[in-house]
Design a protein around this ligand. Sequence first.
Ligand code: ADP
Length: 639
Amino acid sequence: MEDELSRTVDGLPGLVWTAFPDGRAEFVNRRWCEYTGLAAHEASGEGWQMAFHPDDRPALLESWRTIVASGEPSEAEARIRRFDGAYRWFLCRASPILDAVGKVVKWCGINTEIEDRKRAEDALRAHEQRFRLIVDCLPTRVVLFTPEGDVFHANRHTLEYAGATFEELNAAWTSWIHPDDRQAVVARFHASISSGEPYDAESRHRRADGVYRWFHVQGFPLRDNLGRILLWYFLQTDIDDRKQADEHLRKSAALMAKVEELSLSGSFCWRPASGSITWSEQLYRIFGIEPGTPITREVVAARYHPGDLHLLSEMIKRAQDGMDVEFEYRLLLPDGSVKYLHAQAHATRDPQGRLDYIGAVKDMTEHRQSDDALLALRAELAHLSRVNSLGALTASIAHEINQPLAGIMTNASTGLRMLSAEPPNVEGALETVRRTIRDGHRASEVIVRLRALFQKKAVTTTSVDLVEAAHEVIDLLRSEIRNRRIVLQLKTADDLPPVTGDRVQLQQVVLNLLLNALEAMNGVDDRPRRLLVKIERDDCDGVALTVTDSGVGFDPQHVGNLFDAFYTTKKEGMGIGLCVSRRIIESHGGRLWASSNAGYGATFSLSVPYRTGSTIAADLPSAMGQARCTDAARNVRNP
Ligand code: ADP
């Protein structure tokens, strides 16, 4: 029986041993001896210690002493040297054998090899360490959570950012989230943990110094082969700078939109190569198109006024050639309204050399309408000014018409007489009829000229002989001049070039100046009433006309007011003649000014250029005409 037991113990697949209650070895089995290469007697007492790795020995002995002292079963791990000198890990289990009163009478134990498990554990530990090292060194915040949602690991960056230990973070990680974001974050987090769906959201997290910064947080579950979640890893990317830039961009876009709204303008980007077009919201509004609608050439063309569609093709053609473009065109909106737009686009090239256009479109409709209203008002004023002068011409006109009428009457009665004579003087009667016709023509010519001058007529631009035009006006005033005992002197240079402009408007100015001169000499009795009209070249490519009178003159202090609207010193005056006249002359690219004479009276002078005629001809607008010469040019021309 003893033998059998001994054989069994020897055959057990472990290193079996017994020890005395004080811890000294009593027995080791055959396998123990075979494995360690030590004889049984070598192992007895304290000798067994020789089989253990010197590094493990102090800890092993310490724990063996504790076990012996406690009298409780226990275990320890240590490396045992094999007979060939190789150390392998063993789990050494010890259990006390007690007597009837519970006193330890012996210790028995078995050491089982755990080398493979130990290696696997080491490998896992090394793996984990490497993993932690990588996670810790990642330049971003990483927090690992258990499948249940507890913090498992927070990398160095996370702890440094939060200014907290792992334990503090573990205890209350949500308290680092901005109070306004917390509720949503917690709800989303739990939704992900319970559903296994990845987490993806932005939230603000508190830094060690108390500042909150925006993070993009992404959480992914790590699953085993069976699809069970082993771990959650959460990446937190700092997007605060981007957020601020976004905010900045949003603010400047809002500002830009406001500016566009206030200035009634919109903007666009256009890449001709790809055809991609981006419009600002305001531009959509100007075109009356729902914001966000994809912009194509067809969409744009559908809004163009049919009469201006050719401008769109022209603009596209110019743009494809890489030129800057600037156009004025009209839109015809579905409700039938017309908008006037001014578009300007500047070409740039991207690094690949592709063309990019950045442009602005301004809605000129209101501007245009007020311009039109202004033009209409000025035309009305100009007409009023002419009609106003009609009164002053009445006597002259009556005389001009009376003369031929009197002639007609005389001729008609002479003719009657000649026809009723016996025999009738047919030859003589024919002559009187011819004279009657001639006088009739004369009267109607006067009327035609008057009508031309006082009719409301659209402005026409032609080549005007200023001498001839001035003569016509003077002719209308001749009898008036005579009646007022005024000595008229007319000096005109030969071979004056024609000026380009509106004949009636220019005549109106001459008429205004002459009537003013006549009126200025009304009360003059102590000196000759002289009127000098001179037409000659001036020294800057123009034709100058001056009207000099010997009238009352004006206070040089008021020379600046003479051309103001409604400035008058006359009882019945309206004060619009000179104001309208100056506008007319300026619209011809010329200037009109006044000066006091050395002796008595005043001189009013106008000058109209003849060499820039083509510019004026092209630019002279409809109705009353608006100054289109550049400010620079006008400054040069007007004193
Ligand atoms: P109105 O003749 O109705 O007063 P105008 O605009 O033609 O309006 O003239 C404005 C003012 O300029 C006149 O009231 C007058 O004071 C002054 N003025 C115009 N022409 C002369 C002139 N030849 N001599 C003196 N003053 C003049």
